[in-house]
Write a protein that binds this ligand. Structure first.
Ligand code: HEM
Length: 531
């Protein structure tokens, strides 16, 4: 056994900087993984998720810290535990296949606790936090990021204004976020009740909101997201076991998903030498299925192609996950991910603004000739994020009136998932209300913001054409109205590749709306124990 006690901060950092996927059983990582919260380098994969948003009362800071020590620090799931549970589950599954499926245990409860910048500030009265969690966007918070980029008029009455947000737009700032995830809905409800009642009993603050998510799977057991597209296909892979499994199914010469831990982990300045954390972007994105289907049909009429193809042009993959860069048709045997856009500079296979091409250009050359430099191609890989989002269903009759108790609101939202579970997957797809988008990164500025502002919202990315202005905004998450240009929604053009005719203007966007959120940091567990 390697004695890790004498390791310096640099030793741990060099383990995190290892460019290759790491072996979960490598003892050099044990201390790091025992102190790192779970769900950051691998998804929990649970069926049900509950997010509880917290505001701490300024007058009760010492009591709030006590609450964190008692109720959070010892029960947060570590990466080490998550990986052990995954292995146990896999072994149980194999054993159960030989005997009876009832022997598969439902998986352990998962729990996380994140803090916003305002949360750190109120708990520690930190006025000048330079050099600790030195991340400008984290410090600004989501509301201010949004207002700076997208606030379109002074009257503040557009559909996505923070005034209309479900999360983070109200008078209370968000200080903390608890995530509970479980495969068993009843267990999750029980856990939710315990934690909310205890928080309220201690009166250390307010629970501002709660959101629940449900992992929707199709008949082939694939996770399905908004508008019926298979989700969670292309992710950075940090663990050797996951990477090897991936490599057994496909080549990596065109796209290699392996990633260094430093893509998502940064030193936790308040922890121990082996303590790491991650920046988390949490965003509630409301999706309108009818809007997407209508636009899909109109785009297909415009381009004279079938509507599944039109939908694939929008996302860059068919609904079953088949990349349009590789195939003109869906229904491939397995989901392919070994591709890039180098042989398609004009977007004749996959539009330049197809969602997955916008948010992961896969090293393609951009308009700037200097970008051809190999190290800049590598930099583009550095802009990747690890996604951990989940679909939500908000059609419940539960309306929050001013006097409804937050515990009842949360429990009713969870109860509604029972109804959702009863539906057929194809009916559920129509009922998806949106995506609770969650992603982890080592820098919000270089990763989430890069993808959203510099790529998805930039109509000249990845390339400006000499024949005129480029009009290529991400049709899923791009914002046609940005600050300073409120009257002229950006046009959106599509190569008419189906009929071989000219370029068509058809603005697709508008089916996804931001309903708020916040930027968080996932602190190390040893830090939570120090409160
Ligand atoms: C409701 C909103 C959204 C929908 C419906 C959506 C849908 C999808 C779908 C269907 C895929 C392909 C499957 C996969 O690789 O998992 C995908 C991939 C991806 N999305 Fe989104 N997405 C949304 C929001 C976002 C946001 C806000 C971001 C980041 C700013 C983002 C970043 C990504 C990335 C990085 C990939 C992987 C691309 C690749 O590596 O090929 N998505 N999304």
């Amino acid at each position: 056994m390697i004695d890790t006690n004498d390791n310096s901060e640099q030793d741990y950092q060099s383990l995190i900087d290892n460019p290759d996927p790491v072996d979960a059983d490598d003892q050099r990582y044990e201390q790091i993984f025992k102190d790192l919260q779970g769900g950051i380098i691998k998804n929990y994969g649970r069926n049900y998720y509950l997010y509880i948003f917290i505001f701490f009362n300024q007058e009760k800071i010492e009591q709030a810290k006590q609450w964190i020590r008692d109720e959070i620090a010892n029960s947060v799931t570590s990466t080490y535990k998550q990986l052990q549970d995954t292995e146990d589950y896999r072994q149980n599954l194999n054993r159960a296949l030989d005997s009876s499926p009832e022997e598969i245990h439902p998986g352990e409860k998962c729990k996380n606790f994140f803090l916003s910048y305002q949360g750190y500030k109120i708990l520690f009265k930190l006025e000048n936090k330079k050099n600790v969690l030195d991340e400008p966007l984290f410090e600004k918070g989501m509301k201010s990021w949004w207002t700076r980029n997208y606030q379109t008029n002074k009257k503040d009455n557009d559909a996505e204004s923070p005034r209309t947000w479900d999360i983070g737009g109200g008078k209370h700032e968000i200080h903390g976020l608890i995530l509970l995830a479980h495969n068993c809905l009843e267990e999750l409800k029980y856990e939710a009740e315990l934690i909310i009642e205890e928080f309220e009993r201690r009166a250390v603050g307010n629970i501002i909101a709660c959101e629940v998510g449900y992992k929707l799977v199709d008949e082939k057991k694939r996770v399905v997201g908004p508008f019926g597209f298979v989700d969670g296909v292309s992710q950075p892979l940090f663990l050797k076991r996951d990477y090897e499994k991936y490599c057994n199914n496909q080549d990596t010469d065109k796209w290699d998903p392996k990633a260094s831990l430093n893509l998502v982990l940064v030193k936790d300045p308040f922890g121990e030498p082996y303590s790491f954390g991650s920046y988390c972007v949490w965003q509630k994105l409301e999706t309108d299925y009818e809007c997407f289907k209508k636009k899909e049909k109109e785009l297909s009429d415009n381009l004279k192609c079938d509507s599944e193809k039109a939908a694939a042009l929008v996302v860059g993959r068919f609904r079953d996950g088949t990349p349009i860069a590789l195939s003109e048709h869906p229904n491939q045997d397995s989901i392919k991910n070994n591709f890039n856009y180098n042989d398609d500079p004009q977007g004749m296979k996959c539009p330049l603004h197809g969602h997955i091409r916008k948010v992961n250009p896969r090293g393609e050359q951009t308009k700037n000739p200097n970008d051809d430099l190999p190290h800049l191609e590598q930099l583009k890989k550095y802009h990747r994020i690890f996604r951990a989002g989940i679909t939500y269903f908000d059609k419940s009759k539960v309306q929050k009136s001013p006097d409804s108790k937050i515990l009842d609101v949360c429990l009713n939202k969870l109860k509604y998932l029972k109804e959702v579970r009863k539906e057929l997957p194809e009916d559920n797809i129509k009922n998806i209300s949106g995506l609770l988008f969650v992603c982890f990164q080592s820098s919000i500025v270089n990763q989430f913001q890069k993808l959203q502002n510099d790529w998805a919202d930039n109509d000249k990315f990845p390339r400006e054409f000499s024949m005129g202005e480029s009009k290529y905004l991400d049709p899923v998450i791009g914002h046609p109205l940005v600050k300073g240009d409120t009257k002229n929604p950006k046009p959106q053009e599509w190569f008419n590749k189906c009929s071989g005719e000219d370029v068509r203007n058809y603005p697709f966007y508008g089916c996804v709306k931001n309903k708020g959120g916040e930027f968080f940091f996932a602190p190390s567990i040893s830090f939570l124990k120090k409160f």
